[in-house]
Design a protein around this ligand. Structure first.
Ligand code: HEM
Length: 219
């Protein structure tokens, strides 16, 4: 039986793909911290990424394919879990161990995150293009676009809400991934749960600090 045909195999693929995104969002957040350093540092960093074509295309292919697998298998798993629960309730109406709210709502915050990713790409990657020159090299002035967007209170409010949902998804997702990969032991469960929460808080607060910095230094 292939990995895709077994439910454990699908859960493993879904988890590993989620793990790739969990690592990516951390790297993306850390790189974007250069907004706090200044326009030149941020623009040069972005320029170095987009001009390194193997890195750029490799990352894009990896992110797109892992997102597709994560979403498809996440939806399949949710539907299968739902029908298994309904059958179980039909036989035994009580006694089932209650899972956390975060784990039961993964599909809902996941769907909002999906729309957020598309909107985020439209705003920044495919957004307004202006250019700036440093040391004789012309590059996209992404910093001024980011500042312009983060000066809009409605955008920042929506952005913060989506990032908090991402944090919620990560807080359950990271600890669940350890379990999926068989890296759990009852003795370590509290530690793994704490790791998921800390990871989620670091990523979320890191991202949120960027529009807050822009707002505080703009007015
Ligand atoms: C930045 C984007 C995302 C990250 C970092 C992420 C990360 C994760 C991780 C690490 C897990 C745990 C996997 C496991 O249990 O082994 C997970 C679970 C899940 N994700 Fe995501 N995810 C993202 C986007 C999405 C999207 C767009 C959707 C759906 C539209 C989604 C739906 C789900 C579902 C349904 C589960 C739980 C499945 C279950 O165990 O019942 N995720 N995610």
């Amino acid at each position: 039986m292939s990995l895709i045909q077994s439910s454990m195999g699908r859960k493993l693929i879904m988890g590993v793909c989620g793990g790739v995104w969990a690592l990516f969002v951390f790297g993306h957040m850390a790189g974007n911290m250069l907004i706090l350093v200044g326009a030149e540092a941020y623009n040069k960093y972005a320029h170095a990424i987009v001009t390194n074509k193997p890195l750029l295309y490799g990352t894009e292919v990896a992110l797109l394919s892992t997102l597709v697998f994560h979403v498809i298998f996440g939806v399949v798993l949710t539907l299968k879990n739902k029908s298994a629960r309904e059958q179980k309730y039909a036989m035994t109406p009580n006694g089932e161990k209650r899972t956390s709210l975060a784990s039961r709502t993964m599909i809902y915050h996941g769907t909002i995150i999906l729309f957020f990713i598309v909107y985020h790409l439209i705003t920044f990657k495919y957004g307004k293009e202006t250019f700036v020159t440093y040391d004789g090299v012309q590059m996209r002035d992404l910093h001024s676009l980011v500042v312009e967007v983060f000066q809009q209170p409605a955008y920042v409010m929506g952005y913060v809400v989506c990032l908090m949902l991402l944090g919620w998804h990560l807080s359950h997702g990271v600890s669940s991934l350890f379990q999926t990969m068989g890296l759990n032991h009852p003795k370590h469960t509290p530690c793994i749960k704490m790791l998921g929460k800390v990871y989620a808080v670091v990523v979320t607060l890191g991202f949120i600090s960027q529009p807050l910095y822009v707002i505080m230094t703009s007015f």
